[in-house]
Design a protein around this ligand. Structure first.
Ligand code: NDP
Length: 238
């Protein structure tokens, strides 16, 4: 049976591109997002058979538990877990309420912790098993107006490196991608203003370009605990 990849946030944007690339390489993909119709539509566009769509809010412990139980029962052991589900909510810290901050930490940080905890028992000692978390160049470099988002992604980086140490000896690699400005619905509002940013490659990135880097990290058997910038060089100037 072909390898099973679970992609959270796989219904659109970066996650959907990773799901498409993995399916084109022969993986079965479980696409997870809150909107089941969107996850189903993403699955319908994937090459090959055996893909499934699930509705799950990754910040909700019980939903995550139930979704992964369903995946394991209906699809079998997980080889790849890609945590792309994420949200952003920009604003200067002095203007943010705690109720604006919590969802960022709960989805971007706790969400990946919960999915890793749910998936890992089936991944331990499984050939080629790998987790890929999607962080951000902003987590590494910081950006005014994105304090909480940056904190969630920087936290994810510490989590990634620590988990890599916890599970490496049991055959699971854990890595992270740090995208820069990528053309998705998340950055629609930002795209005009990024023209002002000095991106050495001179353009916003495309989701397929992030997916290529994701495939590299998922398949590289001697790479773990790493955070790879996929940012057209923008981090050089931040
Ligand atoms: P999109 O907004 O295009 O897609 C986000 C995906 O996450 C959707 O599938 C959405 O589905 C899902 N999602 C959001 N919240 C939840 C939740 N609570 N539970 C489950 N699924 C959820 O974003 P991008 O593709 O642009 O971003 C993907 C990742 O990349 C994010 O982690 C983001 O922070 C990161 N990133 C993006 C950059 C960019 O420039 N685009 C730059 C740096 C990092 P639904 O709404 O149905 O739940």
């Amino acid at each position: 049976m072909s390898r099973l990849a679970v992609v959270t946030g796989g219904s659109r944007g970066i996650g959907a591109a990773v799901a498409r690339l993995l399916a084109s390489k022969g993986c079965r993909v479980a696409v997870v997002s809150r909107d089941l119709d969107a996850a189903r539509a993403a699955v319908a566009s994937l090459e090959g058979d055996g893909h499934v769509a699930l509705s799950c809010d990754v910040s909700q412990e019980l939903e995550v538990k139930a979704a992964f139980q369903e995946i394991l029962q209906s699809c079998g052991k997980i080889t790849y877990l890609v945590n792309s589900a994420g949200i952003n909510r920009d604003g200067l810290l002095l203007r943010l309420r705690a109720s604006d901050m919590r969802p960022l930490l709960e989805v971007n940080l706790m969400g990946s912790m919960l999915t890793c905890r749910a998936a890992l028992p089936s991944m331990l000692h499984s050939p080629g098993a790998a987790v890929l978390n999607i962080g951000s160049v902003v987590g590494l470099k910081g950006r005014a107006g994105q304090c909480v988002y940056a904190a969630s992604k920087a936290g994810l980086e510490g989590f990634t490196r620590s988990l890599a140490k916890e599970v490496g000896a049991r055959g699971v690699r854990v890595n992270m991608l740090l995208p820069g400005f990528i053309r998705t619905s998340m950055t629609e509002a930002l795209q005009a203003s990024t023209q002002l940013l000095p991106i050495p490659l001179g353009r916003v990135g495309e989701v397929e370009e992030v997916a290529q880097a994701a495939l590299f990290l998922l398949l590289s058997p001697y790479v773990t605990g790493q955070a790879l910038l996929v940012d057209g060089g923008v981090g050089l100037h931040m």
